[in-house]
Write a protein that binds this ligand. Sequence first.
Ligand SMILES: [Zn+2]
Ligand SMILES: [Zn+2]
Length: 249
Amino acid sequence: MGIKNLKFKIIKKVNTFFIDTLFPKKCLLCEKEVSWLCEICQIKIEFIDFQICPICEKYNTPLGAPCQKCKKQTALTGLIAASKYRKEDTAILIHNFKYNFIADLGQDLGKILLKSTTIHKLPLPQIIISVPLHPRRLRWRGFNQAEILAKYLSKNITPGLPLPISKDNLIRKKYTPAQMKIKNYHERKENLKDAFTIKNPEEIRNKIIWLIDDVATTGSTLFECAKVLKENGAKKIYALVLARQEFRK
Ligand SMILES: [Zn+2]
Ligand SMILES: [Zn+2]
């Protein structure tokens, strides 16, 4: 390890120490001082045991596949939402994970994603890909929340045998306003048009992919990523999110 690296590691350790002392970890839901999410609150999170068509959201479909009517509208094989987006738990956790820079929550939220893949018996991926941030947004936030979740899955799906994770292949080339700031469904879709690209198609060709993001709202981001992945030869693309937020079309 180089001196520079070591120095960085020490600074990071000291920082973590001070942060932990000044702001002891408290469960974000019940305020008990143990971790960001205590075991009791974790158990209360409700898993969704059925999935729906990701486009019309009208019909229950296995593994969140698009229904017959919507099939042609997306390259996604399916969209699995682990739990409901509820203001009393998942919404608080996801918000803190993303906007209050609590990267540590990735472990707890990763567990939720992993559990939902076993509930639904989702076919194992040959490669895991996280929805990328634009480099400008990544610099501002310091981490990509979807990538943290993807790393957790890669390590823990088959413990001891990490599953391949794709890095810097799916790229967000267009800097776009945050989706949450756009209230109109069609504008959201338009906002993301041609926003993504693939650098190395060889890595994904003919593969079963898990595409990871923290939350889906209209699904536009995932549909756009899936389109690019499919065009570059992916075999199946299952999108996996912690929760699906309701959105009025
Ligand atoms: Zn709690
Ligand atoms: Zn449908």
